[in-house]
Design a protein around this ligand. Sequence first.
Ligand SMILES: N[C@@H](CCC(=O)N[C@@H](CS)C(=O)NCC(=O)O)C(=O)O
Length: 218
Amino acid sequence: MLKIYGSDLSAPSNKVRFTANYLGLQYEYVKVDLRSGDHMKPEYKKLHPANKVPSIDDDGFVLFESNAIIRYLADKKGSPLYPKGLKERGLVDQWIDFGSMHVGAALMKVVYNRIFAPLRGIPIDENSLKEGLSFLDRFLPVVDEQLSRHTYLVGENFTLADINLLALMDPCEPAQVDISKYKNLTRWRNALRKESFYTKCHPDYTHVLQSLQTPAKK
Ligand SMILES: N[C@@H](CCC(=O)N[C@@H](CS)C(=O)NCC(=O)O)C(=O)O
């Protein structure tokens, strides 16, 4: 059976579970406790050479990098989440890359400095935080504009590009990134967060962060 190795706190890991849920795949979710360093154990290195989550083991086939994994899972099912047509697929890839490399990367700087650095007692890098916020001011209007013209990122069909961005934007509230001024983005996000592929994972990311109040396992 498909095994998904991930952490509830990891947006890329949740992206893989959202996709598997949407596709109706049977899978075992193996939680990798990042706080107690499960991912640094030698046995985990067989699943990810850089000791990161997520990774999957599909009956002996190991794959890491969340965007590669979601494409693999959608293609395995022949799903329109990742359309086969040259141009349709090109547009899905375009918005996956834009979501990951621009929005996701900028938000990660904010998330790291506002959530994880304080939790770990690491000093906040004010320059990195400022840069993340300024990139979000540049890239979120692009997404909002796209969603003013279409129901989903690539038109009227829900695709992997939506799942990717939805997962990456999950930590907005605890990272105090207010997206309410982006009306179309907010409409898109609120609707998707009611879908069962999402609610099967969690009510929202804030609930997941609350789990940090419990001590890491020994
Ligand atoms: N580009 C990777 C990102 C993977 C990643 O950075 N995962 C983080 C959690 S979100 C991790 O495993 N961090 C632990 C570490 O780097 O030690 C993907 O999308 O799969």
